[in-house]
Design a protein. Structure first.
Length: 131
């Protein structure tokens, strides 16, 4: 293998390790109590029952197909919230958000599940129904 091949392989391994770290970090967050004291207007997470937080950013290309779906769901349901991760970076940090788009399902005041990456409307509705 040439030097270029080793460089490409090294870069690919590095990128995979970053993805694996983010996935493992999301798995470790399960069961953790949700952070308190959010300063996001209109964000009212109930202490009992489910809620879905959608962390996005305006510059995120992967967020663009999901954002209209989440906004529609947020008008239909009171338990769905869209949060701009750049505008509310302190809250995103408190939830351990490492990239956008990220969905955080909350149940009874604890983090139930964190999903990284783009999801379809069918997957998002299934996530809400499972909560």
């Amino acid at each position: 293998m040439s030097l270029i091949g080793y460089i490409v392989l090294g870069i690919a391994a590095f990128m995979l390790s970053i993805q694996a770290y983010a996935w493992l970090d999301a798995r470790r967050a399960r069961g953790r109590k949700i952070p308190t004291g959010s300063n996001v207007p209109g964000l009212n997470i109930p202490e009992t029952g489910p809620a879905l937080l959608y962390f996005h950013s305006p510059s995120c290309m992967a967020c663009r197909p999901m954002t209209p779906v989440i906004r529609t769901l947020a008008t239909e349901r009171k338990d769905v919230h869209a949060i701009d991760a750049h505008e509310h970076s302190e809250l995103a940090r408190a939830y351990g958000i490492r990239g956008t788009p990220t969905l955080v399902r909350i149940k009874d005041g604890h983090i139930d599940q964190i999903l990284l990456g783009t999801r379809s409307e069918v997957q998002i509705r299934a996530l809400l129904d499972a909560a």
